[in-house]
Design a protein. Structure first.
Length: 302
């Protein structure tokens, strides 16, 4: 195993002040082809918790937008989706992950969607609560919901379409992984927390950089499932090394960077239970900042 293939990701364990020493992702403006239609607008509807409703296939869906007040019309900024865990809501994850504490300084827009009832089986029982469907393909209502939200936001706000990201916790982590697999032409990178392997497999049309974080004391999603998810992404991204040992101690991350098209898989295994860890928010945004853009989507900036 070469040092280039797997190494400790030191940057991800530094204090927040050092994590954000690099220029903000929003400072480098994209080409005209990557600027969304909303870049033509001369005003911005800003707010820290804007409640939105959209109809998708006849069903009303809701989400919250966090739009910092210091964004400038015509300035294309990154967009990040944050998907809640099973039984929670967009409003709930807004308060837990707290990306709004970073969004103003680093100038990005965050979307906090709310799921519809799904049935999941864990701990030997079936449970029904708000969440996200995990089946791939056109019949997945939440993939359709994501595309609908994206179209609405890109039409209303100036989005850098090469810097669209997704994160999520638990069921939302699984769904973020699914987005990377099913919508790799849209998402520049994904960062699931306390998720695991996708039963449907993963065949993205382009390699997708991914940051995976999981707790060694997770009592809901077994550690073995997280490691299987890591290996699934190593295979999907064409990384040369598909396995390694466990992370070497608390706050340790491993980087697999011998992957197709300059992609990367970062796997962090630390001592926490099935909960959003304190370090996750800063670490995720730092990872996204350092992820090159360039997702090949055609913009509409006419």
């Amino acid at each position: 195993m070469s040092a280039r293939t797997v190494k400790t990701f030191v940057l991800l364990t530094l204090p927040a002040a050092l994590l954000f020493a690099a220029p903000s992702a929003s400072e480098a403006q994209p080409s005209a082809s990557q600027r969304s239609a909303g870049c033509r607008s001369s005003s911005i509807d800003s707010g820290r918790r804007i409640e939105k409703t959209i109809s998708v296939a006849g069903t009303e869906r809701t989400f919250i937008l966090d739009v910092p007040g210091n964004l400038s019309p015509g300035q294309a900024v990154p967009l990040m989706f944050d998907f809640h865990g099973f039984g929670h809501s967009g409003a709930g994850v807004w308060a837990v992950s707290r990306f709004h504490h970073l969004a103003e300084e680093h100038r990005f827009i965050t979307v906090y969607p709310t799921g519809l009832p799904v049935v999941l089986e864990f701990s030997g029982r079936k449970h029904r609560a708000a969440g996200w469907q995990m089946a791939p393909g056109k019949n997945n209502r939440d993939l359709a919901f994501t595309r609908a939200m994206l179209a609405m936001i890109e039409a209303s706000y100036c989005i850098d379409r090469s810097r669209i990201y997704s994160t999520g916790f638990s069921n939302g982590a699984f769904f973020s992984s699914l987005l990377g697999c099913e919508m790799s032409e849209t998402f520049a990178a994904v960062a699931p927390v306390s998720g695991g392997v996708l039963r449907s497999g993963c065949k993205p049309v382009r390699p997708v950089p991914i940051l995976i974080q999981h707790g060694t004391r997770d009592e809901v999603v077994p550690l073995a499932m997280a490691r299987a998810g890591r290996d699934q992404w190593l295979s999907a991204n064409g990384c040369k090394t598909t396995q390694s040992g466990a992370a070497d101690g608390a706050r340790a991350c491993k980087v697999y960077d011998s992957c197709r098209a300059g992609s990367v898989v970062v796997y962090c295994e630390e001592e926490f239970a099935h909960t959003w860890p304190a370090q996750a928010t800063d670490r995720i945004w730092s990872f996204f900042q350092r992820t090159p853009g360039g997702v090949g989507r055609s913009g509409d900036s006419r």
